[in-house]
Design a protein around this ligand. Structure first.
Ligand SMILES: C[S@@+](CC[C@H](N)C(=O)[O-])C[C@H]1O[C@@H](n2cnc3c(N)ncnc32)[C@H](O)[C@@H]1O
Length: 336
Protein backbone atom coordinates (compact mmCIF):
# COMPACT_ATOMS: atom_id res chain seq x y z
CA UNK A 1 0.00 0.00 0.00
CA UNK A 2 3.09 2.22 -0.35
CA UNK A 3 2.31 5.71 -1.54
CA UNK A 4 -1.44 5.20 -0.98
CA UNK A 5 -3.37 6.76 1.84
CA UNK A 6 -4.45 4.01 4.23
CA UNK A 7 -8.22 3.40 4.52
CA UNK A 8 -9.77 5.26 7.52
CA UNK A 9 -10.35 2.07 9.60
CA UNK A 10 -6.66 1.14 9.26
CA UNK A 11 -5.57 4.68 10.10
CA UNK A 12 -7.86 4.59 13.13
CA UNK A 13 -6.40 1.28 14.39
CA UNK A 14 -2.94 2.83 14.10
CA UNK A 15 -4.02 5.91 16.07
CA UNK A 16 -5.70 3.78 18.72
CA UNK A 17 -2.53 1.72 19.10
CA UNK A 18 -0.68 4.91 20.05
CA UNK A 19 -0.72 3.86 23.71
CA UNK A 20 1.08 0.62 22.83
CA UNK A 21 3.72 2.46 20.82
CA UNK A 22 4.35 4.93 23.65
CA UNK A 23 4.79 2.01 26.09
CA UNK A 24 7.14 0.17 23.67
CA UNK A 25 9.27 3.34 23.33
CA UNK A 26 9.33 3.59 27.13
CA UNK A 27 10.43 -0.05 27.44
CA UNK A 28 13.47 0.37 25.17
CA UNK A 29 14.36 3.76 26.75
CA UNK A 30 14.06 2.44 30.33
CA UNK A 31 16.05 -0.72 29.49
CA UNK A 32 18.75 1.42 27.88
CA UNK A 33 18.54 -0.42 24.54
CA UNK A 34 19.44 2.63 22.35
CA UNK A 35 22.55 3.30 24.52
CA UNK A 36 23.76 -0.26 23.75
CA UNK A 37 23.36 0.32 19.99
CA UNK A 38 25.27 3.61 19.78
CA UNK A 39 28.47 1.77 18.79
CA UNK A 40 26.81 -0.43 16.17
CA UNK A 41 24.12 -3.04 15.48
CA UNK A 42 23.57 -6.05 17.76
CA UNK A 43 21.43 -9.21 17.59
CA UNK A 44 18.28 -8.99 19.73
CA UNK A 45 19.43 -11.95 21.86
CA UNK A 46 22.74 -10.25 22.70
CA UNK A 47 20.91 -7.01 23.49
CA UNK A 48 18.49 -8.86 25.75
CA UNK A 49 21.45 -10.34 27.62
CA UNK A 50 23.08 -6.91 28.03
CA UNK A 51 19.97 -5.10 29.30
CA UNK A 52 18.44 -7.97 31.28
CA UNK A 53 15.35 -8.74 29.16
CA UNK A 54 13.58 -11.76 27.70
CA UNK A 55 15.09 -12.32 24.21
CA UNK A 56 11.83 -13.20 22.41
CA UNK A 57 9.86 -10.36 24.03
CA UNK A 58 12.56 -7.78 23.30
CA UNK A 59 12.90 -8.96 19.66
CA UNK A 60 9.16 -8.46 19.14
CA UNK A 61 9.27 -4.95 20.63
CA UNK A 62 12.25 -4.09 18.40
CA UNK A 63 10.52 -5.51 15.31
CA UNK A 64 7.46 -3.34 15.93
CA UNK A 65 9.53 -0.21 16.49
CA UNK A 66 11.70 -1.00 13.44
CA UNK A 67 8.50 -0.90 11.41
CA UNK A 68 8.10 2.67 12.65
CA UNK A 69 11.63 3.84 11.85
CA UNK A 70 13.00 3.79 15.42
CA UNK A 71 15.38 0.87 14.70
CA UNK A 72 16.47 -0.83 11.51
CA UNK A 73 16.69 -4.63 11.13
CA UNK A 74 20.02 -4.76 9.27
CA UNK A 75 20.16 -8.61 9.23
CA UNK A 76 17.59 -11.15 10.45
CA UNK A 77 17.12 -10.44 14.18
CA UNK A 78 19.93 -7.84 14.29
CA UNK A 79 19.02 -4.22 14.99
CA UNK A 80 20.69 -0.85 14.41
CA UNK A 81 19.78 2.63 15.67
CA UNK A 82 18.23 5.08 13.22
CA UNK A 83 18.38 8.89 13.66
CA UNK A 84 14.91 8.62 15.26
CA UNK A 85 16.07 5.89 17.64
CA UNK A 86 19.14 7.97 18.62
CA UNK A 87 16.77 10.40 20.36
CA UNK A 88 16.12 7.69 22.97
CA UNK A 89 19.83 7.31 23.82
CA UNK A 90 21.12 9.19 26.88
CA UNK A 91 23.85 11.41 25.51
CA UNK A 92 22.49 12.40 22.11
CA UNK A 93 22.12 16.20 21.75
CA UNK A 94 18.46 15.72 20.79
CA UNK A 95 17.81 13.10 23.49
CA UNK A 96 14.17 12.67 24.57
CA UNK A 97 14.99 9.73 26.89
CA UNK A 98 14.09 11.49 30.14
CA UNK A 99 10.85 12.73 28.54
CA UNK A 100 9.99 9.17 27.36
CA UNK A 101 10.53 7.76 30.85
CA UNK A 102 8.92 10.65 32.75
CA UNK A 103 5.77 10.72 30.60
CA UNK A 104 5.17 6.99 30.96
CA UNK A 105 5.97 6.88 34.69
CA UNK A 106 4.05 9.99 35.79
CA UNK A 107 1.55 10.93 33.03
CA UNK A 108 0.42 7.61 31.54
CA UNK A 109 -1.67 6.36 34.47
CA UNK A 110 -3.44 9.72 35.08
CA UNK A 111 -4.55 9.73 31.42
CA UNK A 112 -6.67 6.70 32.37
CA UNK A 113 -8.94 9.24 34.16
CA UNK A 114 -9.31 11.54 31.12
CA UNK A 115 -12.89 10.44 30.38
CA UNK A 116 -14.00 11.31 33.92
CA UNK A 117 -12.01 14.54 33.72
CA UNK A 118 -13.67 15.61 30.47
CA UNK A 119 -17.12 14.67 31.79
CA UNK A 120 -16.72 16.62 35.02
CA UNK A 121 -14.11 19.30 34.26
CA UNK A 122 -11.82 17.88 36.97
CA UNK A 123 -8.08 17.41 36.35
CA UNK A 124 -7.44 13.71 35.54
CA UNK A 125 -4.11 13.81 37.37
CA UNK A 126 -5.79 15.15 40.54
CA UNK A 127 -8.24 12.21 40.34
CA UNK A 128 -5.29 9.80 40.05
CA UNK A 129 -2.87 11.29 42.59
CA UNK A 130 -5.46 12.87 44.89
CA UNK A 131 -3.76 16.29 44.71
CA UNK A 132 -2.21 18.73 42.20
CA UNK A 133 0.60 17.23 40.11
CA UNK A 134 3.40 19.58 41.25
CA UNK A 135 2.46 18.91 44.93
CA UNK A 136 2.64 15.15 44.33
CA UNK A 137 5.88 15.52 42.36
CA UNK A 138 7.61 17.49 45.13
CA UNK A 139 7.62 14.34 47.29
CA UNK A 140 9.13 12.07 44.60
CA UNK A 141 12.84 12.99 44.40
CA UNK A 142 13.62 10.51 41.58
CA UNK A 143 10.72 11.80 39.50
CA UNK A 144 11.68 15.45 40.19
CA UNK A 145 15.10 14.74 38.68
CA UNK A 146 13.49 12.93 35.73
CA UNK A 147 11.00 15.80 35.18
CA UNK A 148 13.81 18.36 35.23
CA UNK A 149 15.78 16.13 32.84
CA UNK A 150 12.76 15.97 30.53
CA UNK A 151 12.59 19.79 30.51
CA UNK A 152 16.31 19.87 29.62
CA UNK A 153 15.59 17.36 26.80
CA UNK A 154 12.98 19.77 25.43
CA UNK A 155 15.47 22.64 25.74
CA UNK A 156 18.31 20.94 23.92
CA UNK A 157 16.10 19.22 21.37
CA UNK A 158 13.54 21.96 20.64
CA UNK A 159 13.81 25.23 22.60
CA UNK A 160 17.44 25.86 21.57
CA UNK A 161 16.05 27.05 18.23
CA UNK A 162 14.09 29.80 20.02
CA UNK A 163 17.06 31.32 21.91
CA UNK A 164 17.95 33.88 19.23
CA UNK A 165 14.43 35.34 19.55
CA UNK A 166 15.07 36.16 23.24
CA UNK A 167 16.67 39.48 22.29
CA UNK A 168 17.23 40.94 25.82
CA UNK A 169 17.26 44.61 24.71
CA UNK A 170 19.14 46.46 27.49
CA UNK A 171 18.57 43.70 30.08
CA UNK A 172 21.37 43.35 32.65
CA UNK A 173 19.75 41.16 35.33
CA UNK A 174 17.61 38.41 33.88
CA UNK A 175 15.32 36.26 36.03
CA UNK A 176 14.24 32.85 34.69
CA UNK A 177 10.99 32.16 36.54
CA UNK A 178 10.27 28.43 36.86
CA UNK A 179 13.61 27.82 35.13
CA UNK A 180 14.09 24.19 36.33
CA UNK A 181 17.83 23.31 36.16
CA UNK A 182 18.68 26.36 34.04
CA UNK A 183 19.16 24.46 30.76
CA UNK A 184 17.32 27.13 28.75
CA UNK A 185 18.78 30.03 30.76
CA UNK A 186 22.30 28.69 30.05
CA UNK A 187 21.70 28.86 26.30
CA UNK A 188 20.37 32.43 26.60
CA UNK A 189 23.36 33.49 28.73
CA UNK A 190 25.80 31.92 26.26
CA UNK A 191 24.38 34.27 23.62
CA UNK A 192 24.59 37.30 25.97
CA UNK A 193 27.99 37.24 27.74
CA UNK A 194 27.40 40.51 29.71
CA UNK A 195 24.09 39.52 31.31
CA UNK A 196 23.84 38.14 34.87
CA UNK A 197 20.88 36.04 35.93
CA UNK A 198 18.75 34.59 38.69
CA UNK A 199 17.41 31.07 38.33
CA UNK A 200 14.14 30.86 40.27
CA UNK A 201 12.13 27.67 40.87
CA UNK A 202 10.75 25.63 43.76
CA UNK A 203 13.43 25.01 46.44
CA UNK A 204 13.71 21.25 45.79
CA UNK A 205 14.16 21.93 42.06
CA UNK A 206 16.85 24.67 42.25
CA UNK A 207 18.75 22.54 44.78
CA UNK A 208 20.09 20.45 41.88
CA UNK A 209 20.66 23.34 39.46
CA UNK A 210 24.26 24.37 40.36
CA UNK A 211 25.59 21.09 38.94
CA UNK A 212 23.84 21.59 35.62
CA UNK A 213 24.78 25.32 35.45
CA UNK A 214 28.46 24.42 36.07
CA UNK A 215 28.36 21.72 33.39
CA UNK A 216 26.93 24.31 30.98
CA UNK A 217 29.67 26.83 31.88
CA UNK A 218 27.52 29.67 33.30
CA UNK A 219 27.48 28.98 37.07
CA UNK A 220 29.53 32.14 37.83
CA UNK A 221 26.82 34.37 36.33
CA UNK A 222 23.77 32.77 37.94
CA UNK A 223 22.31 33.08 41.43
CA UNK A 224 19.90 30.25 42.32
CA UNK A 225 16.86 31.24 44.37
CA UNK A 226 14.19 28.83 45.67
CA UNK A 227 10.59 29.92 46.25
CA UNK A 228 7.09 29.93 44.81
CA UNK A 229 6.13 32.30 42.01
CA UNK A 230 2.71 32.55 43.64
CA UNK A 231 4.35 34.32 46.61
CA UNK A 232 7.08 36.57 45.23
CA UNK A 233 9.63 36.67 42.43
CA UNK A 234 13.20 38.09 42.60
CA UNK A 235 13.87 41.56 41.18
CA UNK A 236 15.40 42.09 37.74
CA UNK A 237 15.02 44.11 34.55
CA UNK A 238 14.26 41.11 32.34
CA UNK A 239 12.14 37.99 32.90
CA UNK A 240 11.84 34.65 31.12
CA UNK A 241 8.75 32.50 31.54
CA UNK A 242 9.44 29.39 29.45
CA UNK A 243 6.71 26.76 29.36
CA UNK A 244 5.43 27.99 32.71
CA UNK A 245 2.23 29.95 32.01
CA UNK A 246 0.76 27.07 29.97
CA UNK A 247 0.75 24.98 33.19
CA UNK A 248 -1.81 27.31 34.81
CA UNK A 249 -5.34 28.64 34.25
CA UNK A 250 -5.88 32.34 33.48
CA UNK A 251 -6.42 33.33 37.09
CA UNK A 252 -3.22 31.59 38.23
CA UNK A 253 -1.26 32.87 35.19
CA UNK A 254 -2.38 36.44 36.03
CA UNK A 255 -1.19 35.89 39.60
CA UNK A 256 2.30 34.87 38.35
CA UNK A 257 2.41 37.75 35.84
CA UNK A 258 1.26 40.16 38.58
CA UNK A 259 4.26 39.08 40.67
CA UNK A 260 6.56 39.70 37.68
CA UNK A 261 5.10 43.21 37.29
CA UNK A 262 5.61 43.89 40.98
CA UNK A 263 9.19 42.56 41.00
CA UNK A 264 10.32 44.17 37.73
CA UNK A 265 8.45 47.48 37.78
CA UNK A 266 7.74 49.69 34.76
CA UNK A 267 10.04 49.10 31.80
CA UNK A 268 11.00 45.53 32.80
CA UNK A 269 11.03 43.20 29.81
CA UNK A 270 9.30 39.85 29.61
CA UNK A 271 10.03 36.95 27.25
CA UNK A 272 7.39 34.21 27.26
CA UNK A 273 8.48 31.04 25.45
CA UNK A 274 5.35 29.06 24.59
CA UNK A 275 3.33 27.50 21.80
CA UNK A 276 0.84 29.80 20.08
CA UNK A 277 -2.01 27.58 18.92
CA UNK A 278 -2.98 28.29 15.30
CA UNK A 279 -6.65 28.53 14.33
CA UNK A 280 -8.51 25.81 12.41
CA UNK A 281 -7.29 22.33 11.56
CA UNK A 282 -3.60 23.20 11.18
CA UNK A 283 -1.62 20.48 12.97
CA UNK A 284 0.58 21.91 15.75
CA UNK A 285 2.57 20.43 18.64
CA UNK A 286 0.69 22.83 20.93
CA UNK A 287 -2.59 21.03 20.21
CA UNK A 288 -1.07 17.76 21.45
CA UNK A 289 0.55 19.37 24.51
CA UNK A 290 -2.82 20.98 25.30
CA UNK A 291 -4.02 17.46 26.16
CA UNK A 292 -1.10 17.19 28.63
CA UNK A 293 -2.26 20.44 30.24
CA UNK A 294 -5.88 19.26 30.25
CA UNK A 295 -5.14 15.92 31.91
CA UNK A 296 -2.27 16.87 34.23
CA UNK A 297 -2.68 20.50 35.29
CA UNK A 298 -5.11 23.42 35.33
CA UNK A 299 -3.36 25.00 32.34
CA UNK A 300 -3.98 25.28 28.61
CA UNK A 301 -2.23 26.10 25.37
CA UNK A 302 -3.29 29.55 24.14
CA UNK A 303 -3.98 31.25 20.81
CA UNK A 304 -2.39 34.58 19.82
CA UNK A 305 -5.57 36.39 20.90
CA UNK A 306 -5.55 34.63 24.28
CA UNK A 307 -1.87 35.46 24.88
CA UNK A 308 -2.42 39.11 24.04
CA UNK A 309 -5.50 39.25 26.27
CA UNK A 310 -3.63 37.70 29.20
CA UNK A 311 -0.62 40.02 28.91
CA UNK A 312 -2.81 43.12 28.46
CA UNK A 313 -4.84 42.18 31.54
CA UNK A 314 -1.64 41.72 33.57
CA UNK A 315 -0.40 45.24 32.69
CA UNK A 316 2.08 44.60 29.88
CA UNK A 317 2.48 46.75 26.74
CA UNK A 318 4.33 46.37 23.41
CA UNK A 319 3.25 42.72 23.13
CA UNK A 320 5.00 41.13 20.12
CA UNK A 321 4.70 37.50 19.07
CA UNK A 322 7.80 36.22 17.28
CA UNK A 323 7.59 32.85 15.58
CA UNK A 324 10.78 30.78 15.77
CA UNK A 325 12.04 27.84 13.67
CA UNK A 326 10.63 25.62 16.46
CA UNK A 327 6.98 24.89 17.37
CA UNK A 328 7.39 27.55 20.09
CA UNK A 329 7.10 31.33 19.81
CA UNK A 330 8.79 34.02 21.88
CA UNK A 331 6.22 36.57 23.07
CA UNK A 332 7.97 39.72 24.25
CA UNK A 333 6.36 42.51 26.26
CA UNK A 334 7.26 45.40 28.57
CA UNK A 335 5.76 46.23 31.98
CA UNK A 336 3.64 49.35 31.27
C1 LIG B 1 7.02 22.85 32.43
S1 LIG B 1 8.33 23.21 33.53
C2 LIG B 1 9.29 24.38 32.57
C3 LIG B 1 10.71 24.46 32.99
C4 LIG B 1 11.61 25.44 32.22
N1 LIG B 1 11.17 26.81 32.31
C5 LIG B 1 11.75 25.00 30.79
O1 LIG B 1 11.35 25.74 29.88
O2 LIG B 1 12.30 23.92 30.55
C6 LIG B 1 7.55 24.20 34.76
C7 LIG B 1 8.45 24.61 35.90
O3 LIG B 1 7.69 25.37 36.85
C8 LIG B 1 8.17 25.05 38.14
N2 LIG B 1 7.16 25.39 39.16
C9 LIG B 1 5.96 24.79 39.40
N3 LIG B 1 5.32 25.41 40.40
C10 LIG B 1 6.11 26.43 40.80
C11 LIG B 1 5.98 27.45 41.79
N4 LIG B 1 4.89 27.54 42.56
N5 LIG B 1 6.99 28.35 41.92
C12 LIG B 1 8.11 28.28 41.15
N6 LIG B 1 8.28 27.34 40.18
C13 LIG B 1 7.30 26.43 40.02
C14 LIG B 1 8.42 23.55 38.05
O4 LIG B 1 9.26 23.09 39.10
C15 LIG B 1 9.06 23.43 36.67
O5 LIG B 1 10.46 23.56 36.70
Amino acid sequence: MDGMELPPPVQMVQMLAGFQVAQALYVVAALGVPDRLVDGPLPAAALADLVGADPDALRRVLRTLAGMGVFSEVAAGTYALTPLGETLSSDHPGSMRDLAIMWMETHYAPFGHLLEGVRTGQVASDLHYGRPFFDWLSEQPAQVARFTGAMANLTDGIKAGAVSSVSLEGVTRLVDVGGADGAFLSLVLAAHPDVRAVLFDLPHVVADAPKSLAARGVADRVECVGGSFFESIPGGDGYILSLVLHDWNDEQALHILGNVVQAGGPGARLYVVEAVVPPGDTPHMGKMIDLTMLAMLTGRERSATEWRGLLDAAGFAEVTINETPTPLSVISAVVA
